[in-house]
Design a protein around this ligand. Structure first.
Ligand SMILES: Nc1ncnc2c1ncn2[C@@H]1O[C@H](COP(=O)(O)OP(=O)(O)O)[C@@H](O)[C@H]1O
Ligand SMILES: [Mg+2]
Length: 249
């Protein structure tokens, strides 16, 4: 469970360019919940995810993860529980390293018990089996530098690599914004499967209202640092896609 209590985030406090990005925001996301966030540019969505991951510290307020107060815990200490995928397929992987070596790095980062076997054959087999589930044919390219792959392929691998044994939380910040429609669909489906398989607590930020409607079991809209609409799973299921489009008119 992630619990945010009375979070404020002010950038450049008391300067001419002061920005209040998050305003007295409280939000609880239960284990296994998949929350989708929509909202215009600059509404504070990414800042919220940065505060959860520890990339940004809140100006006020507290955040607990699984009952532990992590408000002052640095990002690297939270990272073994948290997987992140960003808009840019170039962030999240080392382009000159092979697919298999990128998975090794990811396993080291999270100190994942299931994948710390190192260089041997069983590690490779495990990685290949996981990659095969994408249906992109990448399981036969594991020695290829990851930088030679398309954006969609890299993004799919970033997602797979991020979710290790210890992962409890998946944060997706416009993961499909830079992708072609087919790759975008693969990313969204793969994320959905991983969330269910690992019972992850997940947050998706997207401008794709079709995905916002289709995925997740809760939906909020943010505007100027506050939550302006909040739908539970039943309300979300009952929401016609056209109504969701109307939120932005
Ligand atoms: N590191 C930063 N320094 C200064 N201002 C920032 C920083 N990060 C975000 N902001 C500002 O905070 C507001 C919210 O940004 P952001 O969370 O990125 O919005 P969104 O993801 O919804 O587009 C914006 O006005 C943005 O310019
Ligand atoms: Mg953003």
């Amino acid at each position: 469970m992630i619990a945010l209590s009375n979070i404020n985030k002010v950038f450049n406090k008391d300067k001419d360019n002061e920005v209040v990005a998050i305003k007295s925001l409280s939000l609880t996301i239960n284990e296994g919940e998949y929350l989708t966030i929509v909202g215009s540019n600059g509404s504070g969505k990414s800042t919220l995810l940065n505060i959860i991951s520890g990339a940004e510290m809140p100006t006020n307020g507290t955040i607990t993860i699984e009952g532990t107060d992590v408000t002052k815990m640095p990002e690297y200490k939270r990272s073994k529980w948290i997987a992140r995928v960003f808009q840019n397929p170039l962030s999240g992987t080392a382009p000159d390293l092979s697919i298999i070596d990128n998975f090794r790095l990811a396993a080291l980062r999270t100190q994942s018990r299931g994948l710390t076997i190192g260089v041997n054959a069983s590690f490779k087999k495990k990685v290949k089996d996981r990659i095969a589930t994408l249906g992109m044919g990448l399981e036969n390219k594991t020695e290829q530098p990851i930088g030679t792959l398309s954006g969609g392929q890299r993004q799919a691998l970033t997602l797979l690599m991020g979710v290790m044994d210890e992962t409890k939380i998946l944060l997706l910040d416009e993961p499909t914004a830079a992708l072609d429609p087919r790759s975008a669909d693969i990313i969204m489906k793969t994320a959905d499967v991983l969330i269910k398989e690992h019972n992850l607590t997940a947050i998706l930020i997207t401008h794709n209202l079709k995905y916002a409607h289709q995925y997740g079991n809760r939906l909020i809209q943010m505007s100027e640092g506050v939550i302006t609409k909040s739908l539970d799973s039943q309300q979300k299921l009952a929401l016609p896609l056209t109504d969701l489009f109307a939120w932005f008119i």
